[in-house]
Design a protein around this ligand. Structure first.
Ligand code: NAD
Ligand code: MG
Length: 392
């Protein structure tokens, strides 16, 4: 019997890698629902190839355009909808057994939670979900007895090395260090969005690419690891490994260190999760260690990459701090991508919003969303306040 899959964020980098892997196993999976934001042409192309039953776009103008084009091409039977409620509906469909959560940012929280509450098997790429609402999200996972499998390459690696967690001393999350790993601090002030998005090892969406460049991505991943593996900040360490061949490691009390290695290609963690507890092919080439560059490791530089420290501080502070961190970072990254904030001002913005907004632990998803909104407003006020250094 085929397993029905819904891909939230099908037009993105993870969405496309997922479709590539699924396309290699057509007898095992049926693509039931796809969602996207506004890229109508790309979604049309995905419909031609995969013929889903249902498609959701973010807004009604995009949905109407897509529906018209589908009808012209004889695919009028595909149901096209728009909006947040329809996203959650797609994740809850009875024909859907499994949901790939690959929307970027806070927009992914409610549909991913809908998948959890409907008891689907969930593949989690959308790390912002866990950063925003980790305690409530993991409670829902337990309550609904959901199988939650990490897609983020580091967490997938830890999952593969973690067994039942007995005797774990710490986990070592590896980080490539991003495109500016070796850049002097002065030069970081003037980097452009295109420079920040040119990652040395991975091709990813623009938001996560900027997060990788500031190392906020690794900070978000530390918080993600805390919730997925139940370890405190003290047992999570970040290690720079520029070649991105070791995807993370788990150290045990007896001194054993288990690592997961592979070429840097997201199809490996995606195929691992889709097949778990079995294994299946992903299209990724064999790792040729004799030909690979020498593996290097170093400690992260807290001075040049302050976002990592901010994320650790938010995790230690607990309460609503990770929600605030995530929201402020989303606003800062968008402003940087729009050209209205310097790269070097991303961390100061996040720092100031965190310092200004003290919150208790949100006790409901509504409370999470309220904290998220409040932090976004403060971040926007910061942008308008003239605190940022002038553009050069
Ligand atoms: P992307 O920008 O390439 O794709 C994002 C997807 O989300 C697109 O399909 C887009 O249409 C959709 N989307 C964006 N905003 C939306 C909104 N408001 N409403 C509905 N849909 C919306 O991003 P990506 O690189 O694929 O990353 C997706 C998630 O996976 C992120 O949370 C990221 O941190 C995580 N992740 C990505 C990678 C990677 O290699 N790309 C690795 C690990 C984790
Ligand atoms: Mg990662």
């Amino acid at each position: 019997m085929t397993r029905g899959v819904c891909i939230l964020g099908a037009t993105g980098s993870i969405g496309k890698s997922t479709l590539d892997v699924l396309g290699r196993h057509p007898d095992e999976f049926a693509i039931v629902a796809l969602t996207g934001n506004q890229r109508v042409e790309e979604m049309l192309e995905l419909c031609r190839i995969h013929h889903p039953q249902r498609v959701v776009m973010a807004d009604s103008a995009s949905a109407e355009r897509l529906a018209r084009l589908l009808k012209q091409e004889g695919m009028g039977e595909i149901l096209v909808e728009a909006g947040a409620a329809a996203l959650a509906e797609a994740a809850r469909m009875p024909q859907v057994d499994e949901v790939m959560a690959a929307i970027v940012g806070a927009a992914g929280l409610l549909p991913t939670l809908a998948a959890v509450e409907a008891g689907k098997r969930v593949y989690l790429a959308n790390k912002e979900c866990l950063v925003m609402a980790g305690a409530l999200f993991m409670d829902a996972v337990r309550r609904h007895n959901v199988t939650l499998l990490p897609i983020d390459s580091e967490h997938n690696a830890v999952f593969q090395c973690f067994a039942d967690g007995r005797g774990v001393r710490r986990i070592l999350l590896t980080a490539s260090g991003g495109p500016f790993r070796a850049w002097p601090a002065e030069q970081l002030a003037t980097v452009t969005p295109d420079q920040a998005c040119a990652h040395p090892n991975w091709v990813m969406g623009r938001k996560i690419s900027v997060d990788s460049a500031t190392m906020m991505n690794k900070g978000l991943e530390v918080i993600e690891a805390h919730w997925l593996f139940g370890l405190p900040a003290e047992q999570i360490e970040v290690l720079i490994h520029p070649q991105s061949i070791i995807h993370s490691m788990v150290e045990y009390v007896d001194g054993s260190v288990l690592a997961q290695l592979g070429n840097p290609d997201m199809r490996t963690p995606i195929a691992h999760a889709l097949a778990w507890p079995e294994r299946m092919t992903s299209g990724v080439a064999s790792l040729d260690l004799a030909r690979s560059p020498a593996l290097q490791f170093e400690h992260p530089d807290a001075q040049r990459f302050p976002c990592l420290g901010l994320a650790f501080a938010a995790l230690r502070a607990g309460g609503g701090a990770p929600t605030v961190l995530n929201a402020a970072n989303e606003i800062a990254v968008q402003a940087f991508l729009d050209g209205s904030l310097r790269f070097a001002d991303i961390a100061p913005l996040v720092h100031d919003v965190l310092a200004e907004l003290s919150t208790t632990a949100p006790d409901s998803i509504d409370a999470v969303l309220a904290t998220d909104q409040e932090a976004r407003e403060l971040a926007r006020a910061w942008l308008g306040s003239g605190k940022a250094a002038p553009q050069v």
